[in-house]
Design a protein around this ligand. Sequence first.
Ligand SMILES: NC(=O)c1ccc[n+]([C@@H]2O[C@H](COP(=O)([O-])OP(=O)(O)OC[C@H]3O[C@@H](n4cnc5c(N)ncnc54)[C@H](O)[C@@H]3O)[C@@H](O)[C@H]2O)c1
Length: 457
Amino acid sequence: MSKPKITMNNLEDVTKSLESNTLRVCVIGIGRIGLPTALSFAKSGLETIGVDINKQLVDDINSGKFPLKDEPGYEDIFHSVIKNQKFSATTNIENAVHNSDLILLSLPTPMDENNIPDYTALRTVASNLTEILSPHSLVIVESTIEPGFIEDEMVSLISKSGRLTVEENFFIGVCPENANPGEILHDFTNLPRLVGGINPDIAKIIKVIYNFVFSVELIEMPNCKTANAVKLTTNVFRDINIAFVSELSLMFEKLGIDTNKVLEAAKKKYNFQIHYPGAGVGGPCLPINSYQLLNTAKRTGSNLSIIEYGRKINEQMPEHVVKLTLDAFNECKTNMENSNILILGVSYKPNVKDVQLSPAEHIVRKFQNLGVNVHIYDPYFLSTEVFGIRVEENIDDILSKIDAVVIVTNHDDFKKIEISSFNKMKNPILIDTRGIFDPASVKHHKIIFRGLGRGDF
Ligand SMILES: NC(=O)c1ccc[n+]([C@@H]2O[C@H](COP(=O)([O-])OP(=O)(O)OC[C@H]3O[C@@H](n4cnc5c(N)ncnc54)[C@H](O)[C@@H]3O)[C@@H](O)[C@H]2O)c1
């Protein structure tokens, strides 16, 4: 027999159900963010079920295989909540939703090939919920969405069948996720979270729930759209600032100014917030978030040209990496066509296994179009193929066959490489797009060097 349903707009009921661990949680979408979220809820003592359309992922989870090896701290939690039966996974959304009081949506919000945000997963699940959501449930959207998406789309999709009326017999709010891949446990237990509800009472209930699970500062926003506006503003701020320093670094290169030295000194001023130039900006957040705000601008007849321009700069940085490499080949009077170039790092950010929208892919494709034989080494992708290329097992074995090394990702492992090992290369050419190596020491080793934004040495 199913347990009695908790009325999720009743603060007293919700508080009691948390204290007695009777509140049942369903997390739909158990990927990079959803799985750690589900594990956190289960760890707090609440019975939690994860729903995903990826059957392999669900089978792996249920057979005790932890899928997020690059998320420190979660593997032990995973085994413990599986063992004490607080957490399991399923592909059966209907049963899971029916037996839950709280439904969290951690569904992907990617963009299509024309950079248009794609909310298919959220729309599909909302269209399901209209048929299967039990009355008096609370839905919390953790996915990154545009301001207004809850009010303008989710509410009407969930109400469509006529069974459910928002604020009467179903409730909705947001708690946008802002954790960094590779640091999710740290971020979940330290970073403040934004909370928005369909009304202020729901926002308070969401605060009580998240306080029970995460014990972090919870910032109550006046409504859902304001909470989502904050989430996008913080990420787009980073995208624009990276574009600013990247464009600046192109000019500093011509002036023989080391951008890193400029930035390190600039950050001594209390109101300067440091961002670093690089080979481009990728990942599941920053580029998409900029296009989400641009989409909102279009929808509302507004103008966000600074975001548009910032995106253009960040998207042109891979081309600059290829130009730096060509320049280095010209210096040693060698043809780049038919050469062998080793890309160090394909992840879009350091110390994670993730190539979503990584600038590395653009760099690889551009080199291939110029007739280069591209090789890849990335410690997070050993024994796999990335962008159709078999990843090398170690750097040392391949260096003697390589003409140039291009560092694209600043994984910590690369900081441990002895500069002298690059002398095993034929030419040797080193392109550092992440400021790992000091140009003066590289030059001392007679390596032809180009550092992105680091001037002419
Ligand atoms: N990854 C990050 O760094 C990060 C950080 C903050 C916020 N976010 C946001 O969190 C949300 C989730 O991102 P993610 O990185 O966890 O994505 P992800 O791709 O890792 O996980 C999403 C999961 O949802 C599943 N899924 C897709 N459609 C489904 C459906 N119809 N029903 C059930 N499951 C379905 C997928 O199989 C996948 O396992 C996005 O909105 C993203 O922008 C991500």
